[in-house]
Ligand binder design. Structure first.
Ligand code: TNX
Length: 533
């Protein structure tokens, strides 16, 4: 055959393939239905992450069908919004336009019924009961947050292609079962460092959405560091304007206006996630020092910093203006933040003496409390006397975490060698750091927040948080690559009972989530430790 005959054929193939790729993975599936594996309903029930407290399968299926409705038992805005949230997740792939209606009657056939049962506090703030029968689904909870968590379970019970953005012509069946579920820990979080690199509001929203799919409930935003100040403070505008104008590697940085921060907080709230703003101090403050010369001991502003060293900057602890500055910043941030916590960092400051550091933390704790908030700090804050309402975050120093606990302070567990999502998976992965070791999926899952440190009890542990520092992370694709597949493991450590926990069993469930991530278009790292479906 001559090349003249081959060419148009090859060209046509290239055009067809590019159209398929451009039209997105889910559209591709309508033509090649097999390549997002929908698994069978029973397997999906047994692949839930985090693993529910109790699951009892029964031998039938419920199907979503055209004309179905979502009913709520209470016409409060909160509950209706949860119904609408579920409808919005089911409509695109099913092609239905599922209405949300209030009813006090028992649920009708074919429907999903969401009900708050005020008389059953045993489910707690986030627990839920899910009863799936051949004719309907009944989800009950004591609080709206419980309904919201239960909805994530319903999503995971459906075929993975429910997450596609375009209509999929498949059968939407769910294994019948009864599920009772509530979390082990009240704190199940992730941290995003928006200071080393800045991430726009839509990226943060994507992060929130993906966390909420795994029932996480705390988003810690690391809003300031040496390389950038990322939130407008009206009384000190140069922090954002100058201090926010660059990033690691010298990019153009950015900052959130107060309206944008409020938008993030509201979006998180709609996902039953509390935002914890962190302004790191007294160290990690070069961006602030560079923005206002009067904050420096010598009155001279240092240049902006775009490298990745830590521990070289500090506020001037014996200057009165330092505390006016902190007061103004915390006052504005507290007013914008409905959640009860303000994180003040407190880590990696090498210059002040221990006693100066301790009195600094005491003063900052007073300021935070004067705005009605609880102070959180990295475990270094235990060098100062703390109120028992304050919270320490363990990352690197077991002794300091124990010192915090001895003061009656609760700890959030973020041990760097297990929970730092900025660590590389292994020598072959491209992004991330290695100072705390490689953390492949198995290491990320294989630890317990209570036994990780000796000398602390389950009641001392508030929960788990996985930080993503972003010295090497620049885009939402980078974020997704570091966070998946590790984040579902942290979510499970925080939510599920530890009895019977095994990597082998978890790895099978995790592998079954690969098709969901394809449908959600998540740029996950396909770790060879897992057999992906
Ligand atoms: C340690 S964890 C830090 C951060 C870095 C991170 C990089 C902590 C309290 N401080 O400033 O970004 O390591 O892994």
């Amino acid at each position: 055959m001559s090349s003249g005959n081959n060419y148009p054929w090859v060209q046509r193939l290239i055009i067809v393939l590019s159209c398929l790729i451009l039209s997105g993975i889910c559209n591709l599936q309508t033509l090649h239905a097999a390549s997002i594996n929908n698994l069978n309903p029973k397997l999906r029930l047994l692949s839930l992450i985090p693993k529910p407290t109790s699951v009892k399968p029964t031998p039938s299926v419920f199907k979503l069908t055209k004309g179905m409705k979502i009913y709520v038992n209470n016409n409060s805005d909160d509950i209706t919004a949860i119904g609408e949230f579920l409808a919005a997740k089911l409509n695109p792939a099913t092609g239905y336009e599922i209405p949300v209606q209030t009813t006090s009657n028992p649920p009708l056939n074919g429907s999903i019924y969401l009900a708050i049962v005020n008389e059953d506090p045993s489910l707690g703030e986030e627990g839920y009961d899910l009863s799936i029968n051949k004719n309907n689904i009944i989800l009950t909870a004591f609080r709206p947050a419980g309904l919201f968590r239960g909805i994530q379970t319903i999503r995971q019970l459906l075929p993975p292609r429910i997450e596609c953005a375009t209509v999929q012509r498949i059968s939407w069946d769910i294994q019948t079962a009864t599920i009772k579920d509530y979390p082990r820990f009240e704190w199940r979080g992730a941290m995003l460092d928006v200071a080393r690199h800045f991430f726009k509001v839509s990226d943060v929203k994507r992060f929130i959405e993906l966390m909420s799919y795994y029932k996480m409930n705390r988003l810690h935003l690391h809003l300031s560091d040496d390389q950038g100040w990322r939130i407008m403070i009206n009384s000190w505008p140069n922090l954002a304007i100058h201090g926010g104008s660059t990033a690691v590697g010298g990019g153009s940085g950015g900052y959130y206006t107060q309206a944008e921060y409020t938008e993030i907080v509201a979006y998180a709230q709609a996902h039953y996630i509390t935002v914890i703003p962190e302004i790191d101090m007294p160290g990690h403050t070069n961006a602030a020092l560079s923005s206002y010369p009067e904050l420096n001991a010598n009155g001279v502003a240092p240049p902006l910093y775009t490298g990745i060293k830590v521990g070289f900057s500090s506020l001037t602890l014996d200057k009165a203006i330092t505390y006016d500055f902190i007061n103004d910043v915390i006052k504005e941030i507290a007013a914008l933040t409905p959640g009860p916590y303000i994180h003040i960092g407190g880590d990696e400051v090498f210059s002040p003496s221990h006693s100066d550091y301790a009195s600094f933390i005491t003063r900052v704790q007073n300021i935070v409390q004067s705005y009605g908030k609880r102070m959180i700090g990295w475990e270094e804050i235990a060098r100062s006397p703390l109120s028992s309402s304050s919270i320490a975050q363990h990352w690197n120093n077991a002794e300091l975490a124990r010192t915090a606990v001895k003061q009656g302070v609760k700890v959030i567990m973020s041990p760097a060698p297990k929970a730092y999502m900025d660590m590389m998976y292994n020598y072959s992965t491209r992004l991330g750091q290695t100072w705390a070791g490689f953390i492949d999926v198995k290491d990320a899952y294989g630890w317990d927040p209570v036994t990780r440190l000796s000398g602390i009890a389950e009641s001392d542990v508030l929960g788990v948080e996985a930080p993503l520092w972003t010295e090497t992370i620049q885009t939402i694709d980078d974020i997704e690559h570091m966070v998946f597949p590790r984040l579902p493991g942290y979510a499970e450590i925080g939510w599920s009972l530890k009895d019977g926990k095994s990597w082998d069993e978890y790895a099978v469930r995790l592998g079954a989530h690969g098709p969901r991530w394809k449908a959600l278009d998540i740029n996950y790292y396909p770790s060879p430790q897992v057999r992906w479906k």
